[in-house]
Design a protein around this ligand. Structure first.
Ligand code: PLP
Length: 389
């Protein structure tokens, strides 16, 4: 079934990559086993059993996950890594070399910017950051050395949206590779490859895993040349997702569709509640009509996700006091798990961004980011209500 693309998303999330083995002597597991063996025996020197030799190169549990992820993104190939940043590093090492240049969205995940600025710039990869919500800004930053464009949409924590199709057209006109970080919406709500992107990267730590209990990353690609280069380095560098973590991620994915529907439903209710609260200055959520790119979100995605940000009226101290009073929302970084998480970007996820830059782009002292979980909505609203009072 993994090769058939005409099944619905939820069906593929449950079955792709986990075809029961009915051959004589096999056990017909409906869930792929956790293959812990690091090495695989063969009868004949030149004939590795089932193509398996050594777990870093290929492991049956990881392969099941890679097949499932590819199926969900409508990709020809999938690769699973130990973390989102390991996936990103392997893409950069595989496709670029010293002297090459990247045009990147200025609003990227902090860890991705750290990777570009503090690791790859030392290897003489050049990077220019632009406001990718305006595709012409991307085009303006392209130089003869540019090889790759890197965007993330919606962005974090300001939920800015970039037009994937328009940026793919610009990238291809200049023979560049477009990479889209699809962590915030997951393939359930957004399929960048269908919109013209060349490579999708994920932190599967977030919605794909979905339970805040397993770190992971993924790369999805259609072009066999890019695939071969990245797959070569997946093995050569070795940041592969372990079998047990692959199993946990496979298990998480099975409920991706129902989880994301509920995340979105709860997020919209929380957004409406906060938008009408006198102590809230503004709410940023792509599902609200008030979001400046609501129209683009509606055509580019099939949903708005579960993350929103809002600005409290008052001071940093008011924001801290509000966060301290919450009982159901956990004050924590990360996102995408079933539990509701809340955080203050200026002092937590984005504290390494200079205050002038934060103020300029809108990460004020009272901006709060929420990853709305799938608890009972009345408990979430009641918790916000008592903390705002
Ligand atoms: C968390 C995150 C990453 C990094 O992933 P890790 O699994 O933490 O390495 C990359 N991009 C986005 C958008 C993220 O939220």
């Amino acid at each position: 079934m993994s090769t058939k693309k005409n099944y619905g998303f939820a069906t593929k999330a449950i079955h792709a990559g986990e075809e029961p083995d009915y051959r004589k002597g096999a056990s017909g597991d409906v869930v792929v086993p956790i293959h812990l063996s690091t090495t695989f025996a063969r009868k004949d020197v030149t004939d590795p059993t089932g193509g398996y030799e050594y777990t870093r190169s290929l492991n049956p549990t990881r392969k099941a996950l890679e097949t499932k992820l590819a199926s969900l993104e409508n990709a020809a190939y999938g690769l699973a890594f130990t973390s989102g940043l390991a996936a990103e590093s392997t893409v950069l090492l595989s496709l670029l070399k010293s002297g090459d240049h990247i045009v990147a969205f200025e609003d990227l995940y902090g860890g991705t910017k750290r990777l570009f600025n503090n690791v790859f710039q030392k290897l003489e990869y050049g990077v220019s950051y632009v406001d990718a919500t305006d595709p012409t800004e991307v085009e303006k930053a392209i130089t003869p050395a540019t090889k790759l464009v890197w965007i993330e949409t919606p962005s974090n924590p300001l939920l800015k949206i970039s037009d994937i199709k328009a940026i793919a057209e610009i990238s291809h006109k200049h023979h560049l590779i477009l990479v889209v970080d699809n962590t915030f919406l997951s393939p359930y709500f957004q399929k960048p490859l269908n919109l013209g992107a060349d490579i999708v990267v994920h932190s599967s730590t977030k919605y794909i895993g979905g339970h805040s209990d397993v770190l992971g990353g993924a790369v999805l690609v259609n072009d066999p040349v890019y695939y071969e280069k990245i797959q070569y380095n997946q093995n050569a560098v070795g940041a592969v997702l372990p079998p047990f973590d692959s199993y946990l991620t496979l298990r998480g994915i099975k409920t991706l569709a129902v989880r994301l529907e509920q995340h979105q439903k709860n997020a919209l209710e929380v957004a409406h509640y906060l938008e009408n609260h006198p102590k809230v200055k503004k709410v940023i959520y792509p599902g609200l009509e008030s979001h400046p790119q609501h129209a683009l979100a509606k055509v580019q995605t099939t949903g708005f996700g579960g993350v929103l940000s809002f600005e409290l009226k008052g001071t940093l101290e008011d924001a801290k006091a509000f966060l301290k009073k919450l009982n159901v929302f956990a004050l924590a970084e990360s996102l995408g798990g079933v539990e509701s998480l809340i955080e203050l970007p200026s002092l937590m996820t984005h504290s390494s961004v200079a205050k002038e830059v934060r103020d300029k782009i809108g990460i004020t002292d009272t901006l709060i980011r929420v990853s709305v979980g799938i608890e009972d909505i009345h408990d979430l609203i009641a918790d916000l209500k008592q903390a705002l009072e």
